[in-house]
Design a protein around this ligand. Structure first.
Ligand code: ADP
Length: 444
């Protein structure tokens, strides 16, 4: 992936003047996912578990009752509409709630229930009668910290005396203040400041330490060093938990250095496939010509909702204007919007308020809009060398085999780009049929 060197602004937007392609902003993407997620993400894979002590029995739970939680916490869980633990929670929760506490490194894609799991662990270990910080959660950005805090507040709705405080830039708090809130959620820099410079938090009293979104965290300059400095001041009996949506080597190295004697849980991602997608291409001249072909396709078949991908922001804008002038209801999802604006555009699209969503690569990463049956590549995805970007092609068009519906994909190809398309076809060993846009009967 592309490394993020741009630190997001407080509102989640990115200082990115590059018109060619949006920069991947992991934190913004992660926030976007949280804002639009409505339910658990499924996976047909088995949870892999590596125990710190392989000879100890491995517990898993199928119900929340089995966890013997405090009454008020169980009530909070059911009030959120959770009926049973998610796949990863089945394995993770018994470890996280064990006595004596066990450390954990857990990896699974976003939406599989990690946040809910560690919030549950924090709430179950907190002593409401003790008025000082007992749980500390590090998050990569202000907004992500707030999202986690919201989950604490919802799940802890009936834990009346438990309170959350945010150690984030901009949260003014004067020296010598006695923090009475039990759960602190914050970004590494501010937490470090509150602990060492301003002596607002006594790290020796922390019982649960959570590192959320570790992959996003290490992507931000300075955050891993700051996390280490915090971690080193924690007492040896403090429970340490680390979560990540991905596990590249760098995340893995960070995780194993910062979490002593961990149990490890992994849930592999559902793989994308092109098997249930019918793929077509139309040979075109310039972009006006591509647009004409697109209109013909549009007129020729009944399309529910469609996503159209462009390679550059400029093209995406141009196409949006063209389609609007022709009376189509379209919306443009582009990188210069704030995360909130993007989330609201995606939500409107999900609700069917617009039929067409035009976007560039990066914006729509990881966003699954289940009802979309048609994907159009207005431009083929290519890398800086002008080679096809296979991964992006798969991300745009592919569906997960078990849960995905059938789909249609159209590629608008300038004649000189045909070799790229052939490479894509060979790479995936799946056929992409040529289509004459004047004759839609060819679409089976
Ligand atoms: P992650 O941290 O892995 O991204 P979350 O904990 O945010 O996942 O969970 C994703 C979504 O699923 C959220 O909307 C959350 O409320 C919901 N969720 C989490 N656990 C459960 C559960 N056991 N049952 C039903 N929904 C759940």
């Amino acid at each position: 992936g592309i490394k993020n060197t741009n630190v997001p602004n407080l509102d989640g937007s990115i200082n990115n003047t590059d018109d060619d392609e949006d920069v991947v902003d992991l934190a913004a993407n992660s926030l976007l996912n949280k804002l639009i997620r409505q339910s658990l993400v499924e996976s047909s894979h088995l949870v892999e578990v590596l125990q710190k002590d392989p000879s100890s029995p491995l517990y898993s739970v199928k119900t929340f009752e089995e966890l013997r939680l405090k009454e008020e916490l169980l009530k909070g869980i059911y009030a959120m509409g959770f009926n049973r633990p998610s796949k990863i929670q089945e394995m993770a929760l018994p470890m996280m709630l064990a006595h004596p506490p066990q450390n954990l490194i857990a990896q699974s894609q976003s939406g599989t229930g990690k946040t809910a799991a560690f919030v549950l662990a924090m709430l179950s270990r907190v002593n409401a009668l003790e008025l000082f910080p007992q749980c500390l959660c590090l998050a990569p950005t202000y907004e992500l910290a707030l999202q986690t805090g919201r989950v604490v507040e919802r799940m802890g709705k009936f834990c009346v005396d438990v309170q959350v405080m945010y150690a984030i830039r901009g949260n003014q708090i004067s020296r010598g203040t006695n923090i009475t809130k039990q759960i602190i959620i914050g970004t590494p820099g501010t937490v470090l400041d509150w602990c060492f410079k301003r002596k607002l938090i006594d790290l020796t009293k922390i019982r649960v330490f959570v590192l959320d979104e570790a992959d996003v965290m290490i992507d931000t300059q300075g955050f891993s060093d700051q996390s280490f400095r915090i971690q080193r001041a924690l007492p040896s009996e403090c429970q340490m938990l680390l979560f990540s949506a991905t596990f590249e080597d760098s995340v893995w190295q960070f995780a194993e250095r910062i979490i002593p004697d961990p149990n490890i849980i992994k849930l592999r991602k559902e793989e994308l496939t092109l098997n249930n997608i019918r793929q077509y291409y139309v040979l075109c001249g310039d972009r006006k010509n591509k647009y004409q072909a697109l209109c013909n396709i549009y007129g020729g078949i009944t399309i529910g909702q469609a996503i159209i991908f462009c390679q550059t922001r400029r093209n995406a804008k141009w196409l949006t204007v063209e389609m609007m002038q022709d009376g189509h209801q379209v919306s443009l999802l582009s990188g210069e919007l704030t995360v909130d604006q993007r989330a609201s555009i995606i939500q409107r699209f999900r609700d069917g308020k617009e039929k067409v969503l035009i976007t560039t690569n990066v914006c729509a990463r990881g966003i699954d809009v289940k009802q979309v049956t048609v994907v159009v590549n207005f431009d083929l995805p290519v890398n800086q060398l002008g080679e096809p970007n296979y991964e992006t092609y798969l991300h745009r068009i592919g569906r997960t085999g078990r849960f995905g519906k059938k789909g249609l994909a159209f590629n608008m190809i300038e004649v000189d780009k045909l070799p790229l398309l052939m490479k894509i076809q060979d790479h995936f060993n799946s056929s992409i049929k040529q289509l004459n846009p004047e004759d839609m009967d060819e679409i089976e």
